[in-house]
Ligand binder design. Structure first.
Ligand code: GMT
Length: 389
């Protein structure tokens, strides 16, 4: 094992949504890094997580199959996941499950534990945001989400803001540890002379970028409108990375504002670290963002961020230092800040350098790994397992 890791390797099951969304990305990057440190990692998901592309001898992917049946209008994925957890825990003797998203993953983990009396494994749940703020807080899932949190041995929130929201929404008394999102600063790094094949069409123009899953909460239209205001009469390009339900609306808005020549929809990109360094500014126009992984990845690449001061964004972006944050919904202010940055290369460079420094010093993957290992051991200790066996 690498220096700094714990004294014995663990067998860790990671349940996540295998999508390009932040929680899936984080879970995957964490799993890969844990495997590189010597742990054995078993992903449990309905498909292979996108960033899990390379073979690794200590990484295994177990696909959850949900059987179709005419009576099942809504096939019970949570039960299929619990069954897969039981199978993998039994066969591979996992020490713990680290589930990303309270619902339904923490409930599946709880069920697996109930169905395996006498088998002692830890349950660690990471709350990423949407599971708490949008989905879990609704009437349909509030009680089960609270239950999943309470039954976990250790609970992690990705920002102070999310921790407070969880306590407020659920009246949760459970101790919650804050472990922020992290970034691999060796992969996400400033461009330093590299050229991007994807962006050759706008090589000489300033590039404004937005990276998200185009859900309504991302307020994609605000990014487009702010860009239109800030760059009228210029050749600046807006590069939109991602896909999702708001894409059609954004395309219509681009046409309405006659921006077709200056806006590119790239679709979903796996290797976003090859794109981000080529942005001059990243825009994050989310209504709510428990952390804002894209902002952190931009900072690691030396790219300043303009965005709304929503959720945990201010824990990532330092206003007037690594980017600008404005009041949520204030598109003119968003545009004004974007214009300021686009007009001033020195300011962009200074903000970018400070963002990179911040990412390296405070959000580097290596630090977060040791914190996770400590939390895993605390979870095992709660199960009466000071040492594996
Ligand atoms: O932002 C999304 O829609 C994806 C979402 C997810 O659940 O995968 O991301 C959430 O988790 C990320 C990783 O912890 C955070 O960086 C994002 O801020 C958070 N998204 C929201 O809170 C909307």
């Amino acid at each position: 094992m690498n220096a700094g890791s714990t004294d014995f390797p663990l067998k860790i099951g990671i349940a996540c949504y295998p999508t390009h969304g932040g929680s899936g990305v984080l879970a995957t990057e964490l799993g890969v890094a844990l495997a590189e440190r010597g742990h054995e990692v078993h992903f449990l998901a309905y498909s292979k997580p996108p960033r899990l592309s390379r073979y690794h001898p200590r990484i295994f992917c177990h696909l959850v199959e949900v059987s179709e049946y005419p009576l099942f209008k809504y096939p019970p994925y949570d039960l299929a996941l619990a069954s897969k957890m039981i199978e993998v825990i039994g066969e591979r003797r996992l020490d713990l499950l680290h589930v990303h998203y309270a619902i339904p993953h923490s409930i599946s983990a709880y069920l697996a534990r109930q169905l395996m009396p006498g088998v002692r494994f830890g349950i660690v749940t990471t709350l990423h945001g949407t599971d708490i703020t949008l989905v879990g807080s609704g009437n349909a899932y509030r009680d089960v989400t609270r239950f999943g949190i309470e039954q976990s041995d250790e609970v992690i929130a990705v920002s102070e803001w999310l921790k407070k929201e969880t306590q407020r929404i659920f009246g949760a008394t459970k101790e919650i540890q804050v472990v922020p999102n992290f970034v691999d600063v060796t992969r996400f790094r400033p461009k330093e002379g590299r050229t991007s094949p994807l962006l050759c069409a706008c090589a000489d123009s300033p590039i404004v970028m937005h990276v998200s899953n185009f859900r309504p909460v991302k307020r994609l239209g605000d990014t487009v409108r702010a860009f239109a205001d800030a760059t009228a009469g210029t050749k600046a390009q807006l590069v939109l990375v991602g896909d999702g339900p708001e894409r059609a609306g954004a395309e219509a808005l681009v046409a309405e504002l006659k921006l077709e020549e200056r806006v590119q929809f790239l679709g979903i990109v796996d290797d976003v670290h090859d794109l981000l360094p080529f942005a001059d500014v990243l825009v994050v126009s989310s209504e709510s963002e428990s952390f804002g992984l894209a902002a952190l990845e931009a900072h690691a690449c030396g790219v300043p961020v303009v965005g709304y001061d929503s959720g945990g964004m201010r824990e990532v972006v330092e206003d007037n230092s690594t980017g600008f944050l404005v009041r949520f919904g204030d598109v003119p202010a968003l545009a004004a800040r974007l214009k300021t940055l686009l007009a001033d290369a020195t300011l962009r460079r200074d903000f970018g350098a400070r963002g990179r420094k911040r990412a390296v010093e405070q959000f580097d993957l290596a630090q977060v790994l040791t914190v996770h290992e400590r939390i895993y051991h605390a979870a095992l200790a709660r199960r009466g397992r000071g040492a594996v066996g």
